[in-house]
Design a protein around this ligand. Sequence first.
Ligand SMILES: Cc1ncc(COP(=O)(O)O)c(C=O)c1O
Length: 398
Amino acid sequence: MPLDYWIFDPSTCQFPKPRVPILPSTFDYSVSSNEKSAFPDIGFRHFSRGRYALGEAFRLAGVGQHGALLAPAYHCVTMLDPALALGAPVLLYSLKPDLMPDLHSLDQIYAESTVPVKALLATHFFGLVRDFSRLKQWADDKGIVLVEDCSHVLFTERYRACGAGLYGKFIASSPYKFFPCTDGGLLAAQDAHFLDGVKTESAGLLCELRGIKSTIEKSRLPKLSKNDLEQIDRRLDSLVFDSLKPGVDQRIERSAQSIQYSPASATTASLLSSRWLTSHSSATNNLSRRQENYRRWVTALSDVPNCHVLYPEIPAHAAPYMFPLYLNYPTPHFYWLKLLGLPVWRWDEMVVSDCAVAEDYRLHLLHLPCHQSLSEDEMGWMVAVVRKTLALPVVGVQ
Ligand SMILES: Cc1ncc(COP(=O)(O)O)c(C=O)c1O
């Protein structure tokens, strides 16, 4: 069944490379055993990315040509790709402005589905672990497998962020988003036996060596200097006078997975070096540095016009993955931020849905880094870029 996608193509915009790494780049060695969080013995399998772990969870849940997946309307396409690779129908449920699932929408979509629904994907967006107990009850009542998406959550074999992994029969996470490793996707199951038949293959020696090389290279990327901070005003002055080269935003139909999902990699295990890095990095330092950077963003943007912070408050135990910032005027602010080299992610490729929040956030919600490897200079530069850019008046936009 083809799906209708919005796709934003930035190739005409001439955006430079981000000036600061969007994901962690430096390794913080720690082997302290008291960091292991206490959780019951659950089963794990290692994949190269969270999307392949999700794929295995969907398959085990019965998602396929005759079994649909219910997924959040605000999504990264890699959350849907594994279901599409299985040939499954994908049904999107609406979310509230805080990105919690809308249970009325779930009821409606479930009732209207002509194909049996086999799995419900529930995501803890941006590292904020949510209470999915009602959702779990809803799924249990209907005999649907709940797959808990911990891709934005600090969730590894050793460490589980507070409250995460309590709801899903299967849980998928992406350790490479929290540690400076080349790859890493984890599939966990409440009962280790659920994973009995799940087999993966090693990536091989050459890939292991390439992974180590890329980790070393990442940690040696050139850092920003004082000069970069001084250049922001001059760069912005010229951007404001230049005419903007907009990207192309269009709707297309597609029935297969995106190019970001490679069926050939679906059963490849994560690199041993990635697993070593993950289990020898300090989870508690990671969490506290992320908290610090997140709070720095919140404070720094409290008086900035033309935007709002999606979650101004985060619980003391949360390990935020990214800092979500809503822009009132993506044109021109998104363009100027990108042209200045700010590291920004935005889910501008998304399946069209009835969800007003997803439709709105697609172009308006930015994901900004708050990871543990950011230096004082990098945070200072990013904050200055956002403050100065968003303070610029917007002319001719309603
Ligand atoms: C919420 C969410 N779930 C799942 C995925 C897939 O994770 P991975 O990149 O590890 O394949 C992503 C990708 O960014 C994501 O943002």
